[in-house]
Design a protein around this ligand. Structure first.
Ligand SMILES: Cc1ncc(COP(=O)(O)O)c(C=O)c1O
Length: 376
């Protein structure tokens, strides 16, 4: 290997949305201008077109735009009638919304440990968590890789419970050629700016193959009104702005190329970490991995994080506390040791920059900076 740099000789942010904007500025600016001139800010043709395009992209029959990935989860469970007295099983290791939305629907989250290789819910542990009160499973496809949905679906079918895929991080991922969001009762996407398909603000979408479920979700997003001012259900206001939809439609055209570039960046990191003590992400061979995150694993994660910060490299810990140990879920009675794989992941994992606009030099700099700390 070439001599290791010792000082910050380069700046590498965790994400560079300015670089992305520079690439698509002409089209994004024109789309924004067109919405401003139309003054059609809520609903309308841009939102409808985005719904159709995301449905096609995710191989689903129906898509309903909403205000965020959190709302997409909340509304999917709401549409299925999940509420007080019900249990919903989910991963112990995810972004908070996967579990928070279960509780916000009045149901009880029941946590299951993850597979230590993929960080996705372990189907082998799932069945033991199902009780007569279980109504659904929220399976999170974390970091850009589908969880084992066929195995999870088989368990859900056996127990006659619903399956929702939290696909906030996995739009475009596939399990044996089937797209994330298309294999379950509901799939939910987030358009938070750091996602592979990220807006210029918050946004989300609910996808489903079931027309009835889609109709219920659509009603709930809009105060249960159809027609306007006639309310068959009590819903809420969770809509996607036309400005967001117009921007997302431009970005959707680039999504596959961007996700491929992320995968290429991951392949280069993998090569640069060969023979090192750095734990590389596991790519489950049945999936298309879209690398929303590139997650490495090292024993002294916090030391490495500090070291990389000093080298001008943006990194992040996704997530420092597993869900079963969050203070707000203390009443569930969990203690350290209950979910060993989730707890170890929370201590040892670190996300490196993986965004599509990274240069090879930047990737080499990040990898050598990691190795100079880990492989001493
Ligand atoms: C796994 C997961 N679920 C749900 C969400 C919630 O999405 P949003 O931030 O759009 O509400 C996120 C967003 O970070 C996520 O990563």
């Amino acid at each position: 290997m070439s001599p290791m740099p010792t000082k910050a000789t380069m700046q590498v942010p965790l994400l560079d949305l300015k670089a992305q904007y520079a690439e698509i500025k002409v089209d994004v600016d024109a789309a924004v201008k067109s919405v401003m001139e139309s003054c059609h800010f809520i609903g309308g043709p841009e939102v409808k077109a985005l719904e159709e395009e995301v449905a096609r992209y995710s191989q689903t029959a129906h898509a309903v735009a909403c205000a965020s990935g959190t709302d997409a989860l909340l509304l999917a469970m709401w549409a299925l009638g999940i509420g007080p007295g019900d249990e919903v099983v989910t991963s112990a290791y995810s972004f908070f919304a996967s579990a928070g939305t279960i509780a916000n629907n009045g149901a009880t989250p029941v946590f299951v440990d993850v597979d230590p290789r993929t960080y996705n819910i372990d189907p082998h542990r799932l069945e033991a968590a199902i009780t007569p009160r279980t109504k659904a499973v929220v399976a999170v496809s974390l970091y850009g890789q589908c969880c084992d949905l066929p195995a999870i679906q088989a368990i859900c079918d056996k127990h006659r419970i619903w399956l929702i895929e939290d696909a906030a991080q996995s739009i475009g991922s596939e399990w044996e050629g089937k797209r994330s969001g298309s294999m379950t009762d509901f799939g939910t996407f987030s358009f938070f700016p750091s996602k592979n398909l990220g807006g210029a603000g918050d946004g989300g979408m609910i996808v489903t193959q079931n027309a009835e479920y889609a109709e219920r979700a659509r009603l709930l997003c809009n105060h249960g009104a159809k027609p306007k001012y006639y309310h068959s259900l009590i819903g809420t206001n969770s809509r996607l702005d036309a400005l967001q939809a117009a921007i997302l439609r431009i970005k959707l055209r680039h999504l596959d190329r961007w996700s491929e570039k992320r995968a290429k960046n991951a392949a280069l990191y993998n090569q640069l970490f060969e023979g090192s003590r750095v734990g590389r992400p596991y790519h489950e061979p049945r999936t298309r991995h879209i690398y929303n995150q590139y997650i490495i694993r090292v024993p002294d994660r916090d030391g490495l994080k500090t070291h990389l910060g000093e080298k001008g490299i943006g990194v992040e810990v996704y997530y420092p506390v597993p869900l079963h140990l969050q203070k707000c879920f203390a009443s569930l009675g969990h203690k350290p040791g209950d979910m060993p794989h989730s707890e170890a992941a929370a201590k040892e994992t670190l996300a490196l920059p993986i965004y599509p606009e990274l240069t090879e030099d930047q990737i080499r700099y990040v990898a050598s900076s990691v190795r100079e700390f880990v492989d001493v």
